[in-house]
Design a protein around this ligand. Sequence first.
Ligand code: ADP
Ligand code: MG
Length: 683
Amino acid sequence: MYSAAIDLLGRPFAGMAPARRKALGLIVLAALLLLFPLYHNNDADIDAMANAGAFVTLALGLNIVVGFAGLLDLGYAAFFAIGVYYYGIFTAYQVMPEWHSWWAPFAAVGLVEKINQGGPDLVHFTLSFWIALPTAGLVAAFFGVLFGAPTLRLRGDYLAIVTLGFGEIVPIVFRNVDSVTNGAAGLNGVKPPQLFGFDFGVDATPYYYVCVFLVALLVYVSIQLRDGRVGRAWMAIREDETAASAMGVDLVKYKLLAFAIGAAFAGMTGVFYVAKLQTATPDMFNFNVSAMLLVMVVLGGMGSVWGVVLGAFLLQILQSWLLPELNHVLHGIGNLVGNGFLQQIDLTESIQLIFGLILVFMMLFRRDGLIPAARKTPPLNMTQQTAMVQRGGFVGMEKIGRWEKRAGNALEIKGVTVKFGGLVALNKVDLVVPEGGVVAVIGPNGSGKSTLFNVITGLVPADSGSIRFQGAEILGLAPHKILEKGVARTFQNIRLFPNLTVLENVLIGQHARLKTGAAGAVLQLPSMRAEEKRARQWAVDIAALFGNRLSPRLAQTVFGLSYANRRRVEIARALASRPHILLLDEPTAGMNPNETLELAEQIKSLHELGLTILLIEHKLDVVTRLADNVVVLDHGEKIAEGPADEVRQNEEVLRAYLGRAGRAHAAAVAQAAAVDAGGASNA
Ligand code: ADP
Ligand code: MG
C-alpha cells in the first residue's frame, strides 16, 4: 500500500532525470516551509513546528552516531543539555561575579555588561545567540570526545550501558551545581536572540525561521559527510570493525569524530531550544528524551538522512498535536456515551507505550525504517547475466599500472610466536617474501596460517619475534597503519561491509590513500570534489579488472552477491588500497574449478605486473601454478619450505596432511602406481 502510494505520487515525474526531480522536490519543500508562517498564521502551530525542527536536528545528530557509525548511544540528550546550559548560563541572571576592571574588554565586545542590583557592581554575561550557536557546537563536541574516549573499546550492549550512564550523570550534575544552574528550579531569564536590533522575544515566527535554517544546514552537513570518505569510514565501522581497521580506517579517530559531530548537532540545538524557551531545568534531558530520539531514528531509518528528518518530525507532531487532538475526540465520545474512562483519557501520558509499539511494529514490518538508507538495486536477471561475456584473466590492466620493481625482501618474518592462552598458534615462525615474489603458505586446518596473516596485519599481537616490511618493523602497529604502509589482505571467511554496495566497498579500500576530512566534505572544496571523482574512477577501474563479473553489479549491496563474487569484491577492495604486498587467505575456497582457474589466472596477472603476493591456499594445483616458494605450517611450526614439487614429496608434509596411516596409504598408492606403470611397459 505504502509503496503503491509512493508510485502513484511519483508517476507524473517519472520521466524526469533523477537529479532534476530531486531539485524540484527540494524547491517545493523549501517553499512550503518558508511560506508556512504566512499561509498558516497560528502562533501555537508555528511554535510546534519550531519544536519539531529542534527534534529533527537532534535526531540528525544521533543518526551520525547510531545510524552512520553504528555506535549505540543511549545518553545522547546529555549533549543537548550541555548546549542548553552553555547558552543559559552565559545569558541568564544566575552567575554574576563581582565587577572588576579586567571585564572591561569583554564588555567592549558585548560579551558581558555591568549591572547593579543595589550593592556592588556585578557582571552579567550577555553572550550573543549568534556566537553561542556555533561555539556550542564546539563545546559539545569537546564533551563528545571526552565521553567518547573511555567508551571506544566497547561495543553494542556495553557501549549502550556506559552512554546511558553519561546520559544520567550530566543532568544530575546540572541539578546539583545550584550556584551555576539554579538546580532543579532551573535557569530563568535566558536571553532571546537579537538580530540587527530586533528582539526575537516570544513570537514563534523568527524562531521558526532560525530552525528551518538549522535543519537545512544540518541536513546538508549530514548528506555531505555521508556521501564522502568520512561517511564511508563510519559505515565501514558500523558494518565490520575488524575489516574497517584492516582496510585503513583509524577506529579511534573516526569513532571520536562521530561522537564529536553528533554532539555538536545536539549542542547547537540546545542553544536554539533554550533561547526559544528562555528557561531550562535538568528534567528536560532525562532518559526519555534520548529514548525518544532513538525511536525517531529507528522509525525514519537508521543512517537515512531524510528518513530521520521524517521520523523525528512525525513523532514530534504526533506528540504535540495529534495525541492532544485525539484526546479531544475521545473526551467528546466519552461525554456522548457517558463513559468515565473515555472522558478522562490522556493519550500523551502513554507516549512511552506508543513509542514501544512503534518500535515493535517497525521491527516486525519495516526494519529499515520509513525511508531506508540503502537503495535496493535488484539483482541482474537471467538475460542480463547471460548477455555478459565471461572473460578469464584481468582486463584493462593498463589502467592500474605496474608496480615499481625493487630488490631485496618485501616481508621478513623472524621468530614470530603467537599464543592464545595455553595454545601456541605460531611457534617461532620464520618466513621471507621477496620483492615481486609469490609465496604460498599451506598446512592442515588449525595449523596457524590465518593467525600468521592476522599477526602480519596487526589484528593479533605477537608474543615475540619481528616482522619487517620493506626494512621497517611493523609488529605492534595498528592495523590501519600497516595498511597505509602497503600491506593489504583478504579474509578466509570474507569480511566485506555487507550492507554497502560493491562500489562503496571498493571505495573504502582507498580510505588510506584519500585525504578529505569532515571539514573538507562539508565545504566541498574543488580539490575534494576532484579527489572523490578520481577515487570513484579508480574503484570502477579496479572492479573492471574482473571482466564483467563486478562491473554491472557496482550498485548492488554485497550481501546479495554470489560467494565467488564476494571473494572478488574483497580482492578488489584490497587492491584499491594500492598495496605493495597482497595477502590472500584461501581466495579460491568455495569456488568451482572454472572460477578457481579464472581467479588463479587473475592473481598471476597481478604478479606479472609486479605485485608481491603471500597466499594461503589448499588447492595444490593453484599453489603449483602460482607460487615460487611454498611454506608448510603444522601445529604453528614451519615444517618444510621450498618449491611446490619438492614440498609435495616431503615426508613430514605427507604425515602432517595425511597422518601415519595416511602416509602408509599414500606410499601404497605410489607403489601401486609404479607397479601399474611397470606392468604397462612390460606388456
Ligand atoms: P588455519 O588458518 O591454519 O586453519 P588458524 O590460524 O585459524 O588456522 O588457527 C590456528 C589455531 O589458533 C587454531 O587452533 C585456532 O583455534 C586458534 N585460534 C585462532 N584464532 C584464535 C583466537 N582469536 N583466539 C583463540 N584461539 C585462536
Ligand atoms: Mg585459516
